[in-house]
Design a protein around this ligand. Structure first.
Ligand code: EPZ
Length: 429
């Protein structure tokens, strides 16, 4: 059954909210477990729909996954022999399942992974993944909707340079290179904190990696890896979401467990715009002093880490929709990531798309209306927009939000919002 959120406008969010493990790390760490026979334990796992789908994908490869969402623990028991096919049904539901490609070709010598295709935010190519595995000696081709990578005699080290610091390609090549014969250098890699988290887990399994967090990774292949216990790093996108929620509602939120260092660009922009931003013993705090009026709109250009994260772009749009003044938001990573704009316009926002730019003109208050989520971040951004709209807003497509935010409405209510989950009776299949 489809659900929607009913959001009552006029809330100033105040209080503290926790962040747990990062979706964009946890899913890949589950794939990393495939690289070693035995029981690997992941803690601080987020209670989100995507983890359940990934667990199902691993089970279909012959792996046992004991996932306790409340405890935030996943015990992944990998047998000596595992499958090598990730079928379309699951890959279509979860794009991140492409991250089993590298571990399977490295561990089994073959990987058949359905090509996920594009989604609401863009075409999402895989050419960099394929080129990297080919450089490591795999034969890679697309056939019958599957990306098939074969290396029956194993992989060998290589010097690789990525044309673009793709997160997914960096992860797949890294996960493959750890079991390749010899040394691999991967230049112009992604530097997102999630990459360092994966490298940390691999190193605790016996891998030999240097340069995590820099633009060049060096990997000396080993013959085997052993299972491990690893704690997932905090979700910087969820933490950034709460930072923008505080700024947009002129509230005051302490993000418990959030790592300010991982959000340097957005937090610096919020501070420059008049928000009070400070580190705390348990995380960081973002506040708009009461009576200070609306913070100032600011320009955003999304970039690979450590630039402004594309996953926070929809929140910057919502923030600028009610901030003081005009600004430009530029999306440099995904060519179709402005679907939030048309929904914000339904709420009375004044903004215009021009190619990969959006010109925003802040208004004091939006007006409530039914709107539609098209993906995780856009959906959550529309819920926050509903908090600064007159009357109530109905946000459909809650299943998108559940994929990335554990119990989003519970967190919002704990900060003083009036947000309820209800059946979306008007949804026509
Ligand atoms: C990861 O996607 C995240 N997803 C995304 O978060 C995030 O937006 C993105 O990194 C950028 O930070 C997960 O980790 C599950 P990319 P990924 O490869 O790995 C192009 C969310 O909301 N490209 O860095 O798919 C691609 O089309 C999600 O949590 C190629 O052309 O991102 C895109 O334009 C949304 N060829 C750009 O690079 C390739 O082979 C960045 O993609 C690979 C990528």
């Amino acid at each position: 059954m489809r659900e929607r959120f009913r959001v009552v406008g006029g809330a100033r969010l105040v209080g503290e909210v926790p962040v747990v493990g990062a979706k964009n790390s946890a899913l890949k760490l589950m794939a990393v477990a495939l690289l070693a026979e035995g029981r690997t334990t992941l803690t601080n796992m987020p209670e989100i729909a995507d983890v359940r789908i990934m667990a199902e994908l691993l089970r279909r490869l012959g792996v046992s996954v004991d996932y306790d969402p409340e405890a935030g623990v996943a015990v992944i028991d990998v047998p000596a022999s595992i499958g090598h096919r990730a079928d379309y049904e699951l890959v279509r539901a979860l794009r991140a399942s492409i991250s089993v490609l590298g571990p399977l070709v490295a561990r089994v010598g073959e990987a058949d992974v359905a090509v996920p295709g594009g989604d609401a935010i863009g075409s999402r190519g895989l050419d960099l993944h394929a080129a990297g595995l080919e450089a490591l000696g795999a034969d890679v081709r697309v056939t019958h909707g599957y990306l098939v990578a074969k290396a029956p005699r194993g992989l060998r080290g290589a010097d690789i340079r990525l044309d673009f610091p793709s997160v997914g390609a960096t992860e797949n090549i890294l996960m493959a290179a750890v079991l390749a014969r010899g040394r691999t250098t991967i230049d112009n890699v992604a530097r997102e904190p999630e990459i360092a988290d994966i490298a940390e887990m691999l190193t605790s399994m016996g891998a030999r990696i240097t340069g995590a967090g820099t633009s060049c990774l060096v990997v000396d292949g080993v013959d085997t890896l052993h299972p491990t216990v690893h704690r997932v790093l905090p979700d910087r996108v969820a933490a950034g979401t709460w930072a923008f929620a505080a700024a947009t509602t002129c509230g005051d939120i302490e993000v418990v467990g959030g790592v300010a260092e991982h959000l340097r660009s957005p937090l610096q922009s919020l501070a420059a715009a008049g928000c009070h931003v400070e580190g705390t013993a348990r995380g960081f705090r973002v506040a708009v002093p009461e009576g200070a009026g609306r913070p100032t709109a600011f320009d955003v250009a999304t970039l690979p880490y450590p630039g402004f994260p594309t996953d926070l772009q929809p929140f910057a749009l919502t923030y600028n929709a009610v901030a003081d003044g005009s600004a430009m938001v530029t999306e440099n990573l995904f060519e179709a990531r402005f679907r939030t704009v048309q929904e914000l316009a339904r709420l009375g926002a004044d903004m215009q798309v021009d190619g990969h730019h959006v010109m925003t003109h802040g208004v004091p208050l939006l007006s409530g209306a039914p709107v539609e989520s098209s993906d995780i971040r856009s959906g959550a951004a529309l819920v926050i927009a509903g908090l600064v709209a007159e009357g109530y807003t109905l946000v459909s497509g809650v299943h998108h939000i559940d994929r990335g935010y554990p119990h989003f409405e519970v967190g919002l209510r704990s900060l003083g919002a009036d947000v309820t989950r209800e059946p979306d009776e008007h949804w026509y299949e």
